[in-house]
Design a protein around this ligand. Structure first.
Ligand SMILES: NC(=O)c1ccc[n+]([C@@H]2O[C@H](COP(=O)([O-])OP(=O)(O)OC[C@H]3O[C@@H](n4cnc5c(N)ncnc54)[C@H](OP(=O)(O)O)[C@@H]3O)[C@@H](O)[C@H]2O)c1
Length: 280
């Protein structure tokens, strides 16, 4: 008989949005969630709301020491048990035209979305099934990418670049970790209704030649975003994927998928250039 699946799940970035929605959904399904927050007041608020099956871990994904401390803390808390999954969700989008976006912003986008994801994966890997005599069946890793992991819009160069990197990294992880039976699944959402759509401002690019194009693009983009999949529906879909015995390698979870994913992918890059040219 095989070992049992662990019901302990790590999720990064649970203060709001997808991390929060998925934590809530999984707690409803009987899981224990170890959710990362940057501010302990978020951890306390979530513990109040989600109950004793929610346990906060405090770290910023750019802070190696804090991640290592949390991995030690979790190892202690689990008392020899393993993790059923790690969901690498924490992410940011630093938007703006490449010509004017400061290099620090571009680097920060990669630090959070790519290097942060790798730091967390490496630190928690022993609990997913790399440790000798692992007590439960191997855990799995769900990396939250985006449609931007395959397509690149203007003014989202840092974000799209980081999500393309997440896709490549996920393929390498899957091929390397198969020796442990650890599955790596790419989750690529289209727009989901979360606070991410209210973050960021174009004010600092006001004096550049791009400002009219930026306004045109972000007016369309945020409108599409706020019409995206509801958080509840997205969280259910993600929890269903987590519970599948044999998950696919990649899931594009996109509303009106044919129009918003299949067609743009079929059209090709030159046609997409024309689409953006008209919009900008
Ligand atoms: N919403 C969408 O339409 C959509 C579509 C495709 C992909 N995604 C991806 O889904 C993930 C979650 O996005 P969301 O829409 O739920 O956005 P969100 O509501 O803004 O949540 C982002 C989460 O990441 C955390 N975070 C940000 N920087 C961090 C850092 N340096 N260290 C640790 N945690 C950090 C935030 O914590 P704080 O509160 O402390 O900042 C927050 O908990 C991201 O990877 C995003 O790229 C979202």
């Amino acid at each position: 008989m095989g070992k049992e699946k662990s019901k302990n799940i790590l999720i990064t970035g649970v203060s709001t949005g997808i991390g929060y929605g998925v934590a809530k959904e999984l707690i409803g399904r009987g899981y224990t969630i170890f959710g990362s927050v940057r501010k302990m007041e978020d951890g306390n608020r979530l513990q109040q709301e989600l109950g004793s099956n929610f346990k906060p871990l405090q770290f910023d994904v750019t802070d190696q020491e804090a991640i290592d401390r949390s991995a030690k803390e979790l190892t202690f808390l689990l008392q020899g048990q393993g993790l059923g999954a790690a969901i690498n969700n924490a992410g940011v989008s630093m938007s703006g035209p490449l010509e004017h976006l400061p290099m620090e912003d571009f680097i920060y986008n990669f630090d959070v979305n790519v290097f942060g994801l790798l730091r967390v994966t490496k630190a928690f890997l022993p609990l997913l099934g790399v440790q000798p005599n692992h007590p439960s069946s191997p855990g799995r890793i769900l990396n939250i990418s985006s449609v931007a992991g395959k397509m690149a819009a203007p003014f989202l160069g840092a974000y799209s670049g980081s999500k393309h990197a997440v896709e490549a990294l996920s393929h390498t992880m899957r091929r390397e970790f198969q020796r442990y039976g650890i599955e790596v699944v790419i989750i690529a959402p289209g727009p989901v209704q979360t606070p991410i759509w209210d973050k960021g401002s174009m004010e600092r690019f006001e004096k550049t030649l791009y400002i009219k194009s930026l306004i045109n693009f972000f007016t369309w983009f945020t409108k599409e975003g706020k019409r995206g999949i509801t958080l509840e529906s997205f969280s259910k879909q993600l929890a269903d994927i987590l519970e599948k015995d044999k998950p696919a390698l990649r899931y594009a979870l996109v509303k009106d998928k044919f129009k918003n994913w299949t067609v743009p992918r079929l059209l090709g890059d030159r046609a997409m250039d024309d689409f953006f040219k008209k919009m900008l």
